[in-house]
Design a binder for this molecule. Structure first.
Ligand code: ZN
Length: 344
């Protein structure tokens, strides 16, 4: 169910605009006879204007449409999110065009926001179907190549993984009609004193206004700040996020905090290096003392043995003088002892 249709005279008409974007009243196309031949901008099948029971205006394919038309395969929730984003963009004072194709047909933006002076464009994409990280990054790059900023939005309860890959948010529909949708994931502020990112919530119109006006920017979380905490269903949960929508103030605060942490780490490393140096110096001094003690003990030992050797030498000399007599005595005494065996 597209919000846009191709009018035979006016080109694209947009059911979400009061004048359909072409100076035309809804009553001029809705339930008029003969029918205005409107065509689907995606598959060219014939469309007829329709109004939902809540008063939402849209276009509906006539029976027999091609099954591959992406616009008709998008869910009601997808269309409602596009509508909310378009309304928020218009409330912020920018133009919003729905289902805008690229000139070369390589992409189609769900909602394209344009500044009044026409110098800035930002695509708002409602992404409900599964998409790989590579695909969503490639689609983001295609917008960037044309100077178009982008924000992806998911309304699923489970936050998609790509929230950390591309500029993105998770949005929550309101409990009550007339209440705004809420951006409840993907938006954060950096708390300098705590040294970490903190989840923030904002009403979708407020978020869209801030993002369009550059008060919120996509920013990467530095590696040491990727862990974040959030209470989910009464339980504290630890999550990882490597990209946020945040304020320039928070971007600066994260950088200042990182610089402070690096200074602290450098100072700590220097303290440790000094301590290590002192310990090594103490070891060196102890080794020197031990070596001196060893040398001195060796010297004492040498002197001691020198004395002993000298004494032996003296004793040897003295002994040599006495030895001949003693030897004679001992030689002559031995046989006499043997001979004396058996004597009384
Ligand atoms: Zn179609």
């Amino acid at each position: 169910m597209p919000f846009t249709a191709l009018h035979p005279d006016l080109g694209r008409v947009d059911a979400t605009l009061p004048d359909l974007g072409g100076g035309l009243a809804w009553s001029q196309i809705h339930k008029v006879r003969p029918r205005i031949p409107l065509a689907c901008p995606e598959c060219s099948w014939s469309l007829h204007p329709k109004v939902s029971r809540y008063g939402v205006r849209f276009f509906c394919h006539d029976p027999g449409r091609p099954p591959s038309c992406e616009l008709s395969n998008e869910s009601w929730e997808h269309h409602m999110l596009k509508l909310e984003m378009a309304a928020a963009i218009r409330a912020a004072g920018w133009y919003a065009a729905l289902e805008v194709p690229a000139e070369d047909g390589s992409w189609r933006a769900d909602v394209m926001a344009s500044s009044v002076d026409g110098k800035q464009r930002m695509a708002w994409e409602a992404q409900l179907s599964p998409i790989t990280l590579d695909d969503i990054a490639a689609r983001t790059d295609r917008h960037s190549d044309e100077g178009i900023r982008v924000c992806w939005a998911s309304p699923h309860d489970q936050t998609p993984q790509w929230i950390s890959t591309v500029p993105a948010v998770r949005v929550r529909p309101p409990d009550e009609r007339e209440q705004p949708w809420i951006v409840d994931d993907g938006l954060a502020g950096f708390a300098f004193s705590a040294g970490r990112w903190m989840f923030r919530e904002a009403a979708l119109p407020q978020f869209v206004r801030w993002a369009l006006h550059g008060q919120l920017v996509p920013a990467l979380s530095l590696p040491r700040y990727r862990k974040v905490y959030r209470v989910v269903d009464g339980k504290q949960r630890r999550l990882r996020r490597s990209q946020w929508w945040t304020s320039l103030q928070s971007v600066g605060d994260q950088e200042r905090h990182e610089a402070m942490r690096q200074r602290q780490e450098t100072a700590k490393a220097e303290r440790e290096a000094r301590l290590k140096e002192r310990e090594e110096e103490a070891v060196r001094r102890r080794l020197v003392v031990e070596e001196q003690e060893r040398v001195s003990r060796a010297e004492e030992s040498r002197i001691h043995w020198e004395k002993i050797r000298r004494r032996w030498a003296e004793e040897m000399r003295a002994g040599r003088r006495r030895r001949p007599r003693r030897m004679r005595v001992s030689l002559s005494s031995r046989p006499s002892r043997k001979r004396g065996n058996g004597r009384p």
